[in-house]
Design a protein around this ligand. Sequence first.
Ligand code: ARG
Length: 565
Amino acid sequence: MNLKSYFEEVIINILKKQGHIVKNAMVTCSNRPDLSDYQSNIAMSLAKQLKKSPITIANEITKLLSENKNLSQIRVDGPGFINVRFSNEFLENSPSIEKFSNKKIIIDYGGPNIAKEMHVGHLRSAIIGESLKRILKYCGNEVIADVHFGDWGTPIGMLITQLQQEQANLFSLTDNINNLNMTISEISDLYKRANSNFKTNEQFKEKARTATFELQKGNKTYRTIWKIIHDKSIDAVKENYEKLDVSFDLWLGESDTNDLLDIILEELLDKKIAIYSKGAVIVPLDSDKAPLILRKSDGAYTYAATDLATIKQRETNFKPDAILYVVDARQKEHFEQVFTVAKLGKLIRKEVMLEHIAFGTVNGTDGKPFKTREGNVMNLKDLIELSEKKAEENISSNLNKDDLNKQIHQIAIGSLKFQDLKNVRTSNYIFDTENFTKSEGKTGAYIQYAVARINSILEKSNINEFKEKLKITHPLEREILLQLHRFSESLVQCHNTREPSILCEYLYSLAQKFSSFYAELPINKESDINIKCARLKLIEITREVLIQGLNLLGIESPEKMLKRK
Ligand code: ARG
């Protein structure tokens, strides 16, 4: 049990003894750490009901609180705030982490699209999704990560039509199609040309739509082209994710729902949830909003239809407790509608949580979506390269080339991810190309640096095992230890709000506390061997928590870190 829930439980039990049942003891982390560790505002909220002044209630509670040996410095402040500290003896027990949730959760993130090179827009879903996957698992859940590749919509019809225009001979013989060989950048260029035709040329648009419909219906030639483009795109996507240290259990996509599309459409029509309208099949929802289109008048299924079919597929295959979608906030309405229809149509049990984990956009300093210097969309590959260049600028080296490159990569990816994750996920943020890899400030590198620093202190100590118990002999030790105990509390919060920025704040604050501690109390100069060992033990646990915390953000910790320049 973490400190916060322990204190909550103590108060709830005291009130119970007094004959009052409360569920929430209104405990928060103290915002005056110089005075207390935790605060409860329960007295204020009970005053009316108990017809007593908050101060009287608070005093009655604290009287009993003082019998608890794990608490100290119990006091009532202001109108009735109950403030406490944990006793040093209690904190000197090693902090523990418990698994507190055991749901089966599918997490849908990444969502790259066929034929398009991955760009900065795909970054957040991958980074936030990967971190949430790790956090959810660590807290005890069974988690299944699915990339949900975007590979069954109009873009593929557009590509086919563009190919028909540019390489008509391809379509004359099946063998020609089978030998189709394009690199991902050729495919992506083809898509750009197709897209511009689609926007400007009505006839092209028409053809692309028909091609999409025929592909979905099973046209053999189109399926062959699809397969070639699909496999190439997946290879490119995998390469990007590998660089980002992002991985999936399932590499499914929209296309994997094809056999279900007709079935769910019939189901929804039968149940009178969906109706025909001008040749299309739609679900009319709120009268002030556009209906959800499932099948267009040209016969092709939509993004909403594949999402609904995916829900049914996931229900059948996994019977999950929850499905999380880590997708751009601009798709809010899409998910609201899809979730409503999925429940109405009983495509999934009603108790399954369907959650849109929305996030904001990555902007440049001009407040517009982040672009390259030349004004183009920033490719993910280029962004990773840029991060590596910046990371390299900030370290000086005496490592061999391989180790150096590995370290540059770890710092680059760590910084890229941390810069993203430290923001509250629903807000937009400005990509800072100058400072994000520096080992000062709220950066991934700052935390990675703290780990490396601890490694070197432990190494220099020449002591391999610290049998010593943790011991608080200085307020700075207490601060770190308290923060270490709060790791599990921060995970609970992070887990429940699906908000990795809470973990970023936590780790940054722990690394800061370690830095102040170390600046004030250089461990290896300590002459009292017991104190020295207890401090080594303290920083060893700090290192474990920092490494584990970074890992939950999807960030590696270099063993050694080179000096700051
Ligand atoms: N491919 C989609 C896009 O680029 C994202 C997919 C998100 N997942 C989902 N199940 N809809 O917008």
